[in-house]
Design a protein. Structure first.
Length: 280
């Protein structure tokens, strides 16, 4: 019987994770199954424990359960502690270990897939919620001259900046206070693109040297990517690569095998392009 893995989320029917992990498993010759488990918040704890009690080997966790997963597991890795959220659970002899692979996925996409390099970059992180928190350690590993967290309400941005101040030069402000500042890298960690919107930031934060990266993704350009292209950004990318790379990190934790992400990402992009061309 193949080892059982699952993704817990609500909703989760739209997820590409079975496709991604299925390709990883075939590539690496791993005998495993991967399924989607649509789990409302009130059932999350019981469903996860039932899955592992029933022999589950590992799990992914997506919205809205990442914070609840951090409370459920027996142990947290350092990066899960920093993110205060769990997106990957590994069953060990000593219990359930919670990890967060989102930051590693973002960093791998920026530096390995997109081959971007900076010397002391000026980074702007849009948003101060869970997605932003999960990206903080990875972005600070780029040794920025400044990591500015901008949010619609400045209080949450200030709290996040204070928590991570020991890891590098972090500051916080409201979206409206970004006028006349330019950045080498802008990462959108808000949910605006999911609603077809763009964070209300001044357009002069983008120039011809700026890389804009949307952690969200869609069949066509997200609203943020389209906005960045209109402003003449040097690069405008959405989070398909991050999705694949964070999954690869989870796969390696589960199976002890590092998959080749390039063919999986290429296949995913082809499917997304086909979906974008298909009539609704």
């Amino acid at each position: 019987m193949p080892d059982a893995y699952a993704l817990f989320g609500y909703p989760v029917h739209h997820s590409w994770s079975p496709f991604i992990h299925g390709m990883f498993a075939r590539q690496a010759g791993q005998d495993m199954s991967y399924r989607l488990l649509e789990t409302p918040p009130e059932r999350f704890r019981n469903d996860v424990l039932a899955f592992f009690t029933g022999g589950g080997a590992g799990a992914n966790v997506t919205l809205p359960h990442k914070r609840a997963a951090a409370d459920l597991v027996n142990e947290l890795t350092r990066r899960a502690q920093l993110a205060d959220a769990v997106n990957t659970i590994v069953r060990r002899d000593e219990g359930l270990v919670g990890d967060n692979t989102d930051g590693a996925g973002l960093l791998a996409d920026l530096t390995r897939n997109l081959k971007l390099r900076w010397d002391s970059p000026r980074i702007l992180l849009l948003g101060a919620g869970g997605a932003a928190r999960g990206a903080m350690e990875a972005l600070l590993s780029l040794q920025p001259r400044l990591l500015m967290i901008a949010n619609r309400t400045v209080g949450r941005a200030v709290e996040l900046a204070t928590e991570f101040a020991e890891l590098g030069p972090v500051a916080a402000c409201e979206f409206s206070k970004l006028e006349h500042r330019s950045f080498d890298l802008i990462v959108n960690a808000t949910s605006a693109s999911l609603h077809g919107d763009v964070p209300l930031v001044p357009i002069d934060v983008v120039d011809s040297t700026t890389t804009c990266y949307d952690m969200a993704y869609g069949a066509g350009d997200t609203a943020f990517v389209a906005w960045a292209k209109r402003l003449g950004a040097a690069h405008a990318e959405q989070g398909w690569g991050m999705l694949v790379e964070q999954a690869a990190e989870a796969f390696q934790l589960w199976r002890g095998v590092q998959p080749d992400t390039a063919p999986v990402l290429a296949a995913l992009r082809r499917r997304a392009a086909m979906a974008a061309r298909s009539p609704s």
